[in-house]
Ligand binder design. Structure first.
Ligand code: BTN
Length: 357
């Protein structure tokens, strides 16, 4: 199955250690999130201290004290006497209240958000949380740093702290496997569209099946893991890592695409909070579109617009077998199409790709 790592067994119910988690069962259970949401809603205008105090049901002095605490977390909030407060600058590093506030601000409310400073892998944590039937779905797990981030082909995803995005979203679809076949390709494309829109450049491309490329270098990867039982999908976890502000240091093999970050390539410091909220909204919406078959069945014809590999010579390793050829997009099932060196055409539903220079 394209781009989806399947686990034949049902997720094992484990003893779930209570995570060191900043958990927003309901975002507004946290009044700091609510306060920030009000600042976002009124941006670029000021909002008065008395309106904040009245809405939060606290005194103006208490508002002032909360604003100061948020400032200590690196959130730059301006204040003008007799006018009010205004958000000036967001920190580069993930702040749980700001993610919650942005999700509310863009009307993405129906998910349960867990945010960690450091975790082994957001995919692993999501898998654990999915086994707790009490959790509202989808489950969204984000971390500033991963100590054991998982990549495709059992590789590590190097996940330094300091403003990159490590995000997993878990659903329990209970649909036939076939329904999710094109899921990752579709989602990857939607994320690329969002990035193009946000950064106002068409330089973002998708490399089959799920790498996201900028200026010919890799800035993001997607690891989708599903648990199936009797051809039905019990749970699916969509894990996305985007190098926004940090380029991971790793031993890079020249045949692979060089890792980079958006900040390196575009010379800007991307703001993690609005982007994270918009990506969550995009993924949740795309998932529901896939499940309810609201997407155009021919959506893959759009792939060409985003296809980094089109007309490039590549090698594809599937199991022990290495094939070489030129890429010509994908077919209706999402398989990659190659014209092999002997002139014959062949499609592949999985495999590891390297560019031939
Ligand atoms: C790839 O190999 O290109 C896929 C990388 C996927 C990395 C993300 S980071 C968030 C989520 N948690 C993980 O452990 N992996 C995925």
């Amino acid at each position: 199955m394209i781009g989806i790592k399947l686990k034949k067994s049902i997720l094992v119910k484990r003893g779930i250690k209570k995570p060191k988690v900043i958990q927003n069962k309901k975002f507004f259970a946290d009044s700091n999130t609510f306060l920030l949401k009000m600042l976002l809603d009124s941006y670029p205008n000021f909002i008065s201290g008395s309106l904040l105090a009245h809405t939060l049901g606290i005194s103006r002095v208490a508002v002032w004290s909360r604003i100061n605490k948020l400032r200590l977390l690196g959130i730059d909030i301006g204040a003008v006497q007799n006018v009010g407060y205004r958000l000036v600058k967001e920190p580069i590093v993930l702040n749980k209240n700001l993610v919650g506030a942005w999700l509310e601000h863009i009307h993405c409310k129906n998910c349960q958000l867990f945010i960690f400073d450091s975790i082994s892998s957001t995919n692993i944590e999501t898998e654990k949380l999915l086994t707790e039937s009490t959790n509202k779905l989808p489950i969204v797990v984000i971390a500033d740093k991963q100590t054991n981030g998982k990549g495709r082909f059992n590789r590590k995803w190097i996940s330094p702290s300091g403003g990159n995005l490590y995000l997993s979203i878990g659903f329990k679809p209970n649909v036939e496997v076939l329904k999710l076949r094109k899921f990752t390709l579709y989602l990857g494309m939607q994320v690329v569209k969002l990035l193009r829109n946000e950064f106002d450049t068409e330089k973002f491309m998708v490399k089959w099946p799920n790498d996201i490329i900028l200026n010919g270098k890799k800035i993001a990867g997607i690891l989708t893991e599903a648990s199936i039982d009797s051809e039905r999908v019990n749970s699916i976890i969509f894990g996305l890592g985007i190098n926004l502000n940090q380029t991971p240091k790793l031993n890079w093999n020249k045949k692979k695409l060089k890792p980079t970050s958006i900040s390196n390539e575009l010379g800007i410091k991307p703001s993690i909070h609005p982007l994270t909220a918009k990506i969550i909204k995009t993924i949740v919406k795309s998932y529901h579109n896939c499940i309810s078959e609201r997407i155009n069945p021919n959506f893959l014809s759009e792939w060409n617009k985003y296809d980094y590999l089109n007309n490039k010579n590549i090698s594809l390793l599937k199991g022990e077998k290495l094939s070489k050829g030129k890429c010509h997009g994908i077919d209706h099932d999402g398989n990659i199409l190659l014209t092999l060196s002997n002139g014959s055409k062949k499609s592949f539903n999985s495999g590891e790709i390297e560019l031939l220079i």
